[in-house]
Ligand binder design. Sequence first.
Ligand code: AMP
Ligand code: GLY
Length: 426
Amino acid sequence: MNIGLIGSGGREHALCKNLSESKFVDKIICFPGNAGTSSLAINVQVDILDFKKILKLIKFYKIKLVIVGPEEPLVNGIVDFLKKEKIIVFGPNRYAAKLEGSKAFMKTICKQNKIPTAKFKICNKKNQVKKFLTDCSLPIVVKADGLAAGKGVTICKTEKEVLKSTNDIFKGKFKSSKLVVLEEYLLGEEASYFVIVDNNTFKFFGSAQDHKRVFENDKGPNTGGMGAYSPAPIITKKLEKKIISKIIVPTLKALKTKNNPYNGFLYVGLMIKNNEPFLIEYNIRMGDPECQVILPRLKTDIFKIFKYATLNKLKNIKINWKKQKSMTVVLCAKGYPGAYKKNLKIQNIDKINLSEKDFIFHAGTKIVNNVLRSNGGRVLNVLSLGTNFKSIRKKIISNIKKLKLKGIFYRKDIGWKVINKKNENY
Ligand code: AMP
Ligand code: GLY
């Protein structure tokens, strides 16, 4: 069977690799993919928001199943569009995608269903902001309602900052929405929990913790993610039960009640405070780089999982995982997440000997005249599997040192929270 895969990041390279290992998969067509996917699939350059063009390509390549990696096409309704054309596609519809596409929608679902989350107020006027400032102590988290490419959240320590950030959003800083969500600041440890969902059931699809800040010691501006590890040691069996019963089950029930059952990957972004889970955000897709650390731990054929999910038969498949742990360090172009250079030469990548427990997933890369070059802020994900996070990180850094790279930086402290914990065999 031919599969279509939409997206061009490290997440899509990881998905492409697992798909390519399935005996049921013939060709994989990536829209548009990256240099990494080009050795496993056919890359086709296309705007991922041009649904009509994508439909034509799906027909041309006789694609029987489409997997959507990133959020933007999902929030814009690619699933509704393709399903109308009788194409089998894995992912949530436009309504369910609002769980990520509108923070006001997500918080309203939480309120209506008593899902634990930070105290909040949805605002479109300055006097509502002023009222929240009297009801909630600082810091206050200001969030743009709509998609904002990771730039929509500001943690404000002063009233002045709150007023400035909200005013910028009211004035249209983000095209997606002028609504603001103000939130109480929650102090705790972040973790991500993933499930795969069909109309009838959901199944665990891994846990991970990532590092969003650009610099070591979790300093500097937020990024898409500088590194991650899986599983998340903070998610114990007891906590997992609470995540499922207090957050996931009521959310899926709420969407079903609204006649829009959720389908696809659901990424539950959590703050863990005194062993209690609070929902920080929902993403309607796999995380990046979380996907890159989760998929190498998957034992079950990913094509089969997608097939069962799209047939609403997930309950009939057992999803098995390796016991090994994994970690990835993201190599970025200097300047990221601000302005950065493109077209940096990446040398030696084919010359380093990777064991079967080591992987390099491409993110922003392309091949120009047979030379591998960077094509984005996040360039490569260097990853290893192993038995403890400390030795895995050591292995990753030794592999990175074998690459010949200029103009690239990376964090050497990924996993510090678990690696520095005493008396625990992480
Ligand atoms: P979001 O896009 O909602 O995931 O927010 C991005 C990041 O901001 C999160 O990963 C957290 O690190 C931080 N954050 C968001 N909401 C809160 C909150 N209510 N309290 C503390 N930190 C938050
Ligand atoms: N790594 C965070 C995300 O994928 O949203």
